[in-house]
Design a protein around this ligand. Structure first.
Ligand SMILES: [Zn+2]
Length: 234
């Protein structure tokens, strides 16, 4: 197809998608609003399509890539698929609603770890995940001077599966109570992915789930309160 055909097919077929929204974090209905294209010197074309998320109303830019047939003298494009999304989705594990329940000092380090991860800064990402994890552990009552595995083991409220998992994570074994024991020079991409996966689930068990249970109990209690009590202070 030529560029005009590509444009026409996008206008006709790319109207509504179900995709993960980088703003609200949910798989949502997103609606195409507008598009424009950039043609590369080698003949490839990239369409920039603006969508609006139906639930949260925020805008998302996605690019759709078309490749030029290298053996053809004329414009001869084949659709290769979606390429980039802006803003980037940094956290595929936790949504914004869930993060509201995480203490600020833990969350700030966690989000910095995610930004480092998104640009491939693996050592910096692991260092920030470690910092976030250790401050979360201390907030939950672990002793500040112990190594990471002992800190996790000391939290009896954690499910046994999470404690067992922490024993399997390679770099956790090297993480003492001091940053100079961090062994970061041996970090690779798999370590970052695993630490992120572990820590996001750890946050669910330690901060997010208890807060949700509390909120649900409060809602239930509010519903069962006699009506003439509804004006009184909680
Ligand atoms: Zn949204």
């Amino acid at each position: 197809m030529n560029l005009n055909d590509a444009r026409k097919s996008i206008s006709e077929h790319v109207k509504d998608l179900i995709d993960q929204c980088p703003h609200c974090g949910a798989k949502s209905h997103i609606e195409a609003q507008w598009n424009e294209c950039h043609k590369y010197r080698n003949g490839d074309a990239e369409f920039y399509v603006i969508f609006r998320c139906r639930p949260c109303r925020k805008l998302i830019l996605k690019t759709l890539y078309f490749e030029q047939n290298r053996y053809s003298q004329q414009e001869n494009l084949t659709m290769r698929g979606w390429k980039d999304t802006f803003p980037m989705i940094l956290d595929e594990h936790l949504g914004p609603d869930e993060k509201e329940h995480v203490p600020t000092e833990v969350l700030e380090d966690y989000e910095e770890a995610l930004r480092c991860k998104s640009v491939g800064a693996d050592k910096a990402s692991c260092a920030m995940f470690r910092r976030a994890l250790q401050s979360a552990l201390v907030l939950l009552g672990a002793k500040a001077k112990e190594n990471l595995i002992s800190q996790i083991d000391s939290l009896y409220s954690l499910p046994a599966d999470i404690r067992d998992w922490s024993h399997q994570i390679r770099i956790f074994g090297n993480w003492g109570a001091h940053p100079d024991q961090d062994q970061l020079k041996n970090v690779d991409r798999d370590d970052v992915l695993e630490v992120h996966d572990f820590f996001s689930k750890f946050l669910v068990y330690t901060f997010i789930m208890p807060a949700k249970v509390r909120a649900s109990r409060e809602r239930r209690e509010a519903r069962t309160q006699p009506e003439n009590d509804s004006g009184s202070e909680a």
